[in-house]
Every structure is written in structure tokens, then in C-alpha cells.
Design a protein around this ligand. Sequence first.
Ligand SMILES: CCCCCCCCCCCCCC(=O)SCCNC(=O)CCNC(=O)[C@H](O)C(C)(C)COP(=O)(O)OP(=O)(O)OC[C@H]1O[C@@H](n2cnc3c(N)ncnc32)[C@H](O)[C@@H]1OP(=O)(O)O
Length: 447
Amino acid sequence: MSDQENAKKLEELLKLLNVNDSDLSKLTSQQRKEMNEYKFWKTQPVTKFDEVVKNEGPIDASKKPEDIPDTPLQLLGDFEWCTVDVNNEQQLEDIYVLLNENYVEDKDSTFRFNYSRDFLDWALKPPGWKEDWQVGVRVKQTKRLVGFISAIPTNLQVRNKDVRSVEINFLCVHKKLRSKRLAPILIKEVTRRVNKHDIWQALHTGGVVLPSPISACRYAHRPLNWSKLHDVEFTALPANATKTQMIAKYTLPKTPISNIKIMEEKHVDEAFALFNKYQERFELRPNFDKEEFKHWILTRESVVYSYVIENDEGKVTDFVSFYSLPFTIINNPMYKDLGIGYMFYYASDADFEHERFSAEGTEKLRKRLNLLINDACILARNLKMDVFNALTSQDNALFLEDLKFGPGDGFLNFYLFNYRCFPISGGIREDETFDVEKRSSVGVVML
Ligand SMILES: CCCCCCCCCCCCCC(=O)SCCNC(=O)CCNC(=O)[C@H](O)C(C)(C)COP(=O)(O)OP(=O)(O)OC[C@H]1O[C@@H](n2cnc3c(N)ncnc32)[C@H](O)[C@@H]1OP(=O)(O)O
């Protein structure tokens, strides 16, 4: 199937997702591949495209850790399993090299994610992380790392239920070993290792359509350095506009508008309480404890940045965080990388008195988020980031257009492994525009 046909199918799927708020049955085998063609996924405990979800909960709840084999799956002769010790500099370097040479690229192979060592150290080692869940495949003879997948623990809240889970990320197979069914083996091996710890559910995201997304969000981009984005062909010059006009359109003030400041340890208790209260509005969200909150949110240079706004009494009324994940620009004579800030978690006390979708509450929140996220964009620009990315998740649809985020080509599907779930709104309408009215009920951000 050509890329164009694939894109069309995805478009249809997204439309269906939007019109069928509580019914996955319309996500039929017409979308992407026939269910039967998912040779691996059709064997896994996931919701089928044509399945009508009646109740939310685990799909297969029959197993116990002792039922799970103690030894890894068989690999082809030339390869061997390894556990990658991310505390070991050389081994972290192995992951870094594998990802930087082989991880996600755009479809024209112009940009590739450039996960830094510090970023990986942050992403792979939250409180409760397990070395055993950083699963690698090496070439027996050379010990070169050619495959990787990771799991980190997370306590998810899916509507009113606590779901002890892992987040799966950084699945990567070396380019030379693609299409050899190594990915399903990595997925099965990480599943085995996680199941041994009596955990049976997982959250993962991806651009690919698999059975079956519980939500789909769209990427949106706010240029911070328009001329560079144009030079590297990330952004085109629209017809009827000049470069000068575009630069002027995206120019931001030199310094933030509010009294926003870096979040410090002393702000954590208040920011954490604010976060917990704010997150209650979402149907899918992580339940962080305070240590996790600190791990994910407190600023780490070049990795994640967080800021608070305090009122006159010194009380934290808002916080915002974004992470830094640059792109490597492949084969560009002028620039090697593109600085990218990604919207992460935020919270505001602007509308706690109202029901989430009331007109009054919405307007108050919209105003406050406009101020907060505009300041976040200014701070990101001052950190030399070239573009600020956000999904249509959370309450983002409230500020995206106002703050000149343009809709991107990319969509992100959210999946729950071994858990049936009604669809969750992803912040896009049937025509894929930002859904300002309904916004999104996805309150988890995956790296
Ligand atoms: C309780 C605990 C449970 C833990 C596990 C929960 C599930 C976690 C699931 C993983 C979440 C990962 C989250 C992230 O990290 S998303 C990021 C994924 N990584 C990349 O895109 C990096 C660049 N690409 C690659 O390295 C390879 O193309 C990968 C490794 C992606 C596939 O390698 P390859 O191209 O050489 O293919 P194959 O011949 O080995 O295998 C083909 C089979 O693999 C299915 N496939 C392809 N891509 C994905 C994908 N992104 N999620 C799930 N499945 C995927 C595909 O439908 C087919 O199955 P089926 O169509 O026949 O059925």
C-alpha cells in the first residue's frame, strides 16, 4: 500500500474514532491492514478492530507470575539477549548509538529524533525502574546492540480504575535487520519480564495503526525560529506571504509576560497538589507519587524544564513543563540539529470552581493557559529551541490556535495492552481540526 493510501486509511480511522465515541466496532478491518494480516498482534490480548467494548477491564486475567517461563524466548543463532545496564556509561552509549542511528525518522528521512544520554537517563530511570526491563539484543560475535525495548513502571488511572502498568518505549531494531520479525520477539520478551513482576497491562503510543487505538491525537507545531525552520524545510513559505511577514507573525516578546519562574524544591508540595487536582479531569492519566512527580517535572538541564507562577501571597497557581528532544537534521550543509520543546505536564487553578466544560470555566482556563503556554514558548525560545510541539491531548485545544500552533502531519495513537477501554477523545474533530469544545481526555504524556 502506498504512503498516500496509508494516510487516507488513517484519516478514515481517525474520523471513525471521532464519530464513535463509545463504540470501537466501527474501526473495522477496512482500516489499515485486515485484522488477519496482523500476524503478531492478532495473537495478543488487545481489542480487535471490530470488537464492541461493553465493559472496561483486563482482557486476559488468567495468568500468574509462576505460569510465565523463567527463561527468555529463543533467538536466532547469531543473536543473544542482554539486559542493558543504563547506569553503565558504555551500555547507555550503546542505546544512544542504536537510537540515534536507527530510531524514528520522518517519511522523507530528513529528521531523526536525537535522544541525548541525559534524556535517556531521565526517561529510563524513574522511581521503581528495573534494570531487567531494559531489554536488548546483541550480535553474538561483535556484541553490537541491534535491538532494544524498554518498560518503566506507571500507575495509570483509566477513568475510575487504577491500573498498575508499564509504559513501553524505545522499541528499535537496527535498520539492517528490519522486517525479520524481531520486533514481536522483543515485545514478547519484555512482556515476559514484566509479567514476572505480576504486571499485566501496558500503555504505548505510536504513529502506526494497530488493533486498537483507544485515542488518537494530532501533533501541532509553534514555530519559535521561523527562518531556521524554513531553511531546513520543516516549514514552507505559504503562498501570498513573505518571509518577513512570517518572521513577524511568529516573533515573541523577549521575556515572559507573567512572573513565571523556575520550579524549585520549595514549590513541589503545592505544585504536586495542584497537579493532582487538575489531572482529575482526564480519563487516562498517570497517578504519580511525589517522588515520581519530582523525577518527571523538576528541571534537568537540556532535558526537562518546569516553571511556576505564584500569586501575590506566594501560592503556586500554575505550573508548566516541557522537555527537550532535538532532531538530528540528516544531510543538511547548514544545520546539524533542530531544537524542539515538547509540551509536557501543566496545571492551573483557573477554573476549579466550575464543571470542566462550563462556558465560564472554559473561558477562564483558556485565558490563563494562553498566558502560561505563551510564556513557556518564550522560555523555550530563550533556551534556543526552534519549535514548540504539542499534541491535541490534555486541554491543549484551548490554546493551540490562539498561540499560533499549526496542525502537523503527524498523529499519535494511544494503546492499552491487555485492557479493554472505551475510546477517549483525543482533541481532534471529524475533520481533524483542533476540537476546542470537547478538547481531549487524555492526560498522560509519553516521551
Ligand atoms: C504487560 C506488559 C506488556 C508489554 C508489551 C506491550 C506492547 C508493546 C508494543 C510495542 C510498543 C512500542 C512503542 C514504541 O517504542 S513506538 C516507536 C517504535 N520505533 C520506531 O518506530 C523506530 C524505528 N523503527 C524500528 O526500529 C522498527 O521498524 C520497529 C522495531 C518499530 C519494527 O520492526 P520491523 O519494522 O523490523 O518489523 P518486524 O518484522 O520486526 O515486526 C513486524 C511486526 O511488528 C509490528 N510493529 C511494527 N512497528 C510497531 C510498533 N511501533 N509498535 C508495535 N508493533 C509494531 C508490526 O505491526 C508487525 O506485527 P503484525 O502487523 O504482523 O501483527
